[in-house]
Design a protein around this ligand. Sequence first.
Ligand SMILES: Cc1cc2nc3c(=O)[nH]c(=O)nc-3n(C[C@H](O)[C@H](O)[C@H](O)COP(=O)(O)OP(=O)(O)OC[C@H]3O[C@@H](n4cnc5c(N)ncnc54)[C@H](O)[C@@H]3O)c2cc1C
Length: 304
Amino acid sequence: MNFTQDPPIEFKKNFITASLTTFDIGGPADIVAWPKNSQELISIIQWANKNNLKNTFLGGGSNVLISDKGIRDLLIVTSGMNEIKILQDDLYEFGAGCDVQELTQWAIKNNLSGLEFAGGLPGSLGGAVWMNARAYGSEFSKIVTWAEAVNQNNEVEFFNNDEMNFVYKHSVFQERPLRLTKVRMKLLTLDDNTSINNKTQSNIDDRDSKDQYHIKSAGCVFKNNYAAGIPSGKLIEDAGLKGYQIGGAEIYAKHANFVVNKNNAKASDVIALMQLAKKAVQDKFNITIEPEVQFIGDFDEFSI
Ligand SMILES: Cc1cc2nc3c(=O)[nH]c(=O)nc-3n(C[C@H](O)[C@H](O)[C@H](O)COP(=O)(O)OP(=O)(O)OC[C@H]3O[C@@H](n4cnc5c(N)ncnc54)[C@H](O)[C@@H]3O)c2cc1C
């Protein structure tokens, strides 16, 4: 890979991406860059375009499986884009790289209600909006009012909530290359934070009781098939696959829709387990389940 001038912002070469993911899986990226704001993001995409390099986007790395061969060209990580601005009463603007767990703690400190459902949710705000992440009876579509994104021509676009095409685990940001940079959310100021703290903490405790913080995973690897009416985890469990292992990866013995990196698992182990689970559910119940986890990087062709 050749380029005449170094990237214009903070970057590293040949960076092992496993450390950027909750799966702890992923080979080297040729270049990783950490923009701190929209201007830096635009400048690094301009630099990549000028050097004919493709770019891949990563938030908190909690919903991705990165190839064992890594990522060619440029990986852009959003964690530095984490500014918070108060726009007016109850309306806040956040950098897309804000860590959701930190945001829920910030909301408690500031007596702000609305984010309790996301207590303990790994990942960045941008990733959560991209996937319309949901938990404990709510989802991001319910609190996001507006977002800014950079499109494939490196132009800034703005979206109101009704333009974000939110449905189950989907947003407009998946429909074409749109890099989320800023997100506005309406949060309600309460006189005291007791109920905010209690609800947030009870969700964190529930996740903790399921050992979610002690395993290397990307959460649920399959979406639920709502037409089928049975959660994917239950289907995989009833197909007899709970605890099944390939290489260093396991269909989690405590929750069959999680795949766990138990012992230096490769991305190929995770893919093999997902292919097995999908086929078993299809064969046994005639129900099709689709991946939720996003496959990023230099994969040989495969299908799940
Ligand atoms: C233990 C555990 C529990 C989980 N529980 C839940 C749960 O209860 N509910 C739930 O919905 N999910 C859950 N997840 C999955 C994951 O945490 C969420 O989907 C999270 O919102 C992903 O955010 P991220 O920043 O980590 O995204 P990443 O994994 O970094 O990226 C996911 C996708 O989003 C894209 N992306 C990320 N940021 C941006 C951006 N700024 N602009 C454009 N595209 C972007 C990436 O390119 C990638 O395609 C869980 C994961 C783990 C590990």
